[in-house]
Design a protein around this ligand. Structure first.
Ligand SMILES: C[S@@+](CC[C@H](N)C(=O)[O-])C[C@H]1O[C@@H](n2cnc3c(N)ncnc32)[C@H](O)[C@@H]1O
Length: 401
């Protein structure tokens, strides 16, 4: 295999790679690149989300996203209240809160939509990386008088909560195993350190598959009812496995006594995910608003993301005690929650506000753009320990104009 001259190894990664014998799995590489305590893209807080940052997420475009989502979140809280869920405070849990703007704007919107709920809510943020947490502290601490704390799933499992859990663009940042199919055999993708002319480069290499990888392939065939690998793949076909997601659902099922979980993420149906045409998998790097297929380049200085497989994700949730409530595209979900009303309301803008109105209109359209954020999937699940929950899912209803 030729060394890609653009895949220079980031200076900080040379030591950790050497300490691991010069070859690591892709899973380990992605974990180091994002979460290495001293150099990871997230842990250092180098990641900047927003129009002037590395990439935009829905909440970073405008607070309209949070406002629309808050309509659904408030309804779930009211349904929990109606079901008589006994708890001192309902918890709004956000996992992977990034800049903290979604948590802040959700509280702000709930304050406006259902003011009586605010005194009954606590905010719990689950953030793995200290650099991101520091930024969130400046944004949400004591916002609107709502008590806010940071914790992790292991700690939360000891004192479970009732409420609503949101994870927007988090699971796509979980490290993945990459599988390579070559010469009718499966390999675990690895990353190898190579020295050429005093410079260190990274190369993708084939490693022996683990027994967990072989089991994943068997399980996928029976659960998803697909051929794995699919027919007619080319030599070197690559795909991904979100191997940490089942454990995540299992822990989270012990965190939430009653309530809902909303995942919003890049996701594809299994037939589109495990497809011979998708020969390079879904992992992609992002920095400075640009996507880059060279996923080994600038480790620690760019984001790495992998799509979820929808049916696999649902299966992982169901086998870990979650009831699936439904899924739809973000465009549909936001229209069902009333996005078009926001767009119509901009027609009454006076000429002084024109520039702000145009910016807002552009952000609203980006949220539903089928070529962009509108294609994200919203997947909703619930935990119902008393078998009496009747959660309404307004985001799944047919949008009416
Ligand atoms: C792509 S950002 C998304 C941020 C935010 N949700 C948004 O939509 O703007 C991913 C966030 O998840 C955090 N993260 C990554 N892995 C995590 C994990 N296992 N548990 C909790 N947070 C995690 C990252 O540090 C970062 O804050």
């Amino acid at each position: 295999m030729m060394t890609d001259p653009t895949a220079r190894c980031s200076e900080w990664l040379i030591g950790p790679m050497m300490a691991r014998g010069g070859v690591i799995s892709f899973y380990e590489f992605m974990d180091l690149a994002l979460n290495d305590p001293d150099n990871g893209f997230y842990s250092t807080g180098r990641l900047k989300i927003g129009k002037d940052g590395d990439f935009c997420t829905s909440p970073s475009l405008s607070n309209d996203f949070a406002y629309l989502l808050a309509i659904q979140v408030a309804e779930w809280f009211l349904d929990l209240e109606k079901a008589g869920s006994a708890c001192e405070l309902f918890s709004l849990v956000e996992i992977g809160p990034g800049e903290g703007s979604l948590a802040r704007d959700l509280i702000d919107a709930i304050y406006e939509i259902e003011p009586a709920l605010i005194s009954k809510i606590e905010l719990i943020l689950v953030e793995k990386n200290i650099g991101m947490r520091k930024r969130q502290e400046n944004v949400v601490n004591n916002f609107k008088g709502v008590n806010c704390r940071w914790t992790d799933l292991d700690e939360l499992m000891l004192k479970p909560v009732t409420g609503v859990v949101i994870a927007n663009e988090v699971l796509d940042a979980f490290p993945v195993e990459r599988l390579v199919f070559r010469d009718e055999k499966v390999f675990r993708q690895g990353v190898s350190l190579k020295k050429r002319n005093d410079e260190h480069f990274l190369e993708l290499v084939d490693l022996k598959p683990t027994s967990a990888i072989k089991q994943f392939i068997k399980d996928s065939m029976s659960i998803l009812n697909i051929e794995f690998p699919p027919k007619d793949i080319g030599n070197g076909w690559v795909t991904e496995w979100h191997c940490d997601v089942p454990t995540w659902f299992s822990k989270l099922s012990k965190v939430l006594i009653n309530g809902s979980l909303l995942l919003v993420d890049y996701a594809l149906e299994s037939k589109r995910y495990y497809n011979s045409m998708r020969k390079d998998g879904t992992v992609i790097a992002y920095s400075n608003q640009e996507a880059n297929a060279n996923i080994l380049k600038d480790a620690g200085f760019c984001d790495l993301t992998a799509h979820l497989c929808i049916e696999s994700t649902i299966n992982y949730a169901q086998t870990n005690g979650w009831k699936f409530m439904g899924e739809t595209r973000q465009g549909q979900a936001l229209l069902a929650l009333g996005l078009s009303k926001f767009i119509y309301s901009l027609q009454n803008t006076t000429s002084e506000d024109l520039s702000a109105a145009l910016n807002r209109r552009e952000s609203l359209l980006r949220l539903v753009d089928p070529m962009g954020l509108g294609e994200f999937r919203w997947l909703a699940f619930q935990r119902d320990n008393r078998n009496n929950l009747n959660l309404r899912n307004r985001f799944l209803e047919e949008p009416i104009s």
